[in-house]
Structures are given as structure tokens and as C-alpha cells.
Design a protein around this ligand. Structure first.
Ligand code: ATP
Ligand code: MG
Length: 238
């Protein structure tokens, strides 16, 4: 399989006035198209920092990052934003839905930013809502949904631009274990269809649903192992 994320010697130094902190100390990692990877590690080990770099929300201090074969370390801000919109979907622990917008409108947000015309926007949003099992909930507000349903809306929103890579930072952190498995089943389904999925989690039982477990500690790669006994999540409770 083709490498989609290729990191070479990625370092990230945060500067706070006079103080410097090296959050990533030279990460070399390759993720191929169609993989489903869990990124694990203790609090403060650099997981979110690494995800922000992979997601083009932040730049490494040094090192090279090839995304889908393109060196993205040398891109301008605009070019990076373009590559991000084209290639990456994000899902966060706290859902990040806009409380006053309906489910449908929340899902349309990235399409609006991308300048997609209203009719096509609606069509695409309804299509992804159906995919995540939320047909019929279009006109609910986020507050009228369960936690698992909110996360499904967030996943739907991440899918509207048809990203090659789905990045999820602790997507099940705010969910009970049954709902968490439900969301993992959705990620597995998307992965079966070819989307590369990278999930930050500190829960070993969530990582078991992925095909590869990468551990970082103190900003360094600690281990990188295939998960040969990948569990199948049975979901479907929308
Ligand atoms: N903007 C920043 N400025 C300075 N230091 C930062 C910044 N962001 C993160 N750090 C530091 O970098 C280290 C890694 O942070 P990061 O958020 O990547 O950890 P994490 O592995 O995601 O932890 P958690 O599991 O708690 O979410 C931490 O020590 C943190 O304090
Ligand atoms: Mg984090």
C-alpha cells in the first residue's frame, strides 16, 4: 500500500518566552493508505501535538512530512489550508458542534467554507448523515442528541469533504463504553471503505479495534506493533 503519511525526524519545540520545551524529539513514522492506527501514550507524551502536525494544523520545528506524496513542510499557509481541506477530516473528544445550528447545518459547515453551492451542500450533508446512521435527525439541535449521536454528527461533518485521512483525538473519551464501541464500529466501516483512520486513545480496549498500535512516550516513539487480533465492533445503535 502507498504511504499516505510519511514523517521523518519530526521535532516540535514549543517556545514560551525564554523557555523552550521539546514536545516531539524526532518522530519517524509511516502510515499507509487504508490503515487504521491507534496512537497511544501517557498524558503529555505528545499525541495531540503529533496529530496537529499530521493534520496540518501546526508545523514541525524540524523534520520532513510527506502527505500523499507531497512535501507539505514547505507549503505556504494557504497551500497548507487547501491540502488540509482536501485530505483531512477531524473528530475531537468534545465534538465541537455549534449549539445553535441544526445537525444538518453543522454538517454543512465545511462545505460552506469550501464554497459548495447550497443545493449540493444539502445533498452531500444528507448523504453523510445517512451513512453515519442519523437519517431523520437532520433538524435536531446538538443538545437534543445523545453523546454517541453527537459524535456521529462530528464524524459526518468530518466526512463531507471526502477526506483521505480521518484524524480523531480521543473520540470516545466522553462516551460510555457501549457508545464508544458504536463509534468504533463506524470508524471500522469507514476504514473498510478505504479511509485511513488515526485515533488517539489512552484506552487499550479502544485500541484493540485498530490494526496497528503506535506508542509514544516523552515525545519519542516507544513501540509500533500490528494488532493481529483486531476486534470487530458491532454497532448500529444510532
Ligand atoms: N502550545 C503549547 N505551548 C507549550 N507547551 C505545549 C503546548 N502544547 C503542548 N505543550 C506541551 O507539550 C507536551 C505534549 O502535549 P500534548 O498535548 O501533545 O500531549 P498529549 O499526549 O496529547 O497529552 P493528553 O493525553 O493529556 O492529551 C506537554 O508537556 C504540553 O505541556
Ligand atoms: Mg492530547
Amino acid at each position: 500500500m502507498k504511504p499516505v503519511v510519511s514523517l521523518e525526524g519530526i521535532r516540535k519545540v514549543y517556545r514560551m518566552g525564554e523557555i523552550e520545551f521539546e514536545a516531539l524529539k524526532g518522530i519517524t513514522l509511516e502510515i499507509s493508505e487504508g490503515e487504521m492506527v491507534a496512537l497511544m501514550g501517557p498524558s503529555g507524551s505528545g499525541k495531540t501535538t503529533l496529530m496537529q502536525i499530521i493534520g496540518l494544523l501546526d508545523r514541525p520545528t524540524t523534520g520532513r512530512y510527506m502527505l500523499a506524496g507531497e512535501d507539505v513542510t514547505t507549503l505556504s499557509e494557504n497551500e497548507r489550508a487547501e491540502a488540509r481541506n482536501r485530505e483531512i477530516g477531524f473528530v475531537f473528544q468534545a465534538f465541537h458542534l455549534l449549539p445553535r445550528l441544526s445537525v444538518l447545518e453543522n454538517v454543512e459547515v465545511p462545505l460552506t467554507y469550501a464554497g459548495v453551492p447550497a443545493a449540493l451542500r444539502r445533498e452531500r450533508a444528507l448523504e453523510v448523515l445517512e451513512k453515519v446512521g442519523l437519517a431523520g435527525k437532520e433538524h435536531h439541535l446538538p443538545s437534543q442528541l445523545s453523546g454517541g449521536q453527537k459524535q456521529r454528527v462530528a464524524v459526518a461533518r468530518a466526512l463531507t469533504m471526502r477526506p483521505a485521512i480521518l484524524l480523531a483525538d480521543e473520540p470516545t473519551g466522553n462516551l460510555d463504553s457501549k457508545t464508544a464501541v458504536d463509534v468504533m464500529s463506524l470508524f471500522q466501516e469507514l476504514n473498510d471503505e478505504g479511509t485511513t483512520v488515526i485515533i488517539v486513545t489512552h484506552e487499550a480496549d479502544i485500541a484493540e479495534y485498530t490494526g496497528r498500535i503506535v506508542r509514544i512516550r516523552d515525545g519519542m516513539l516507544e513501540s509500533d506493533q500490528p494488532n493481529r487480533h483486531r476486534k470487530r465492533a458491532v454497532g448500529g445503535v444510532a
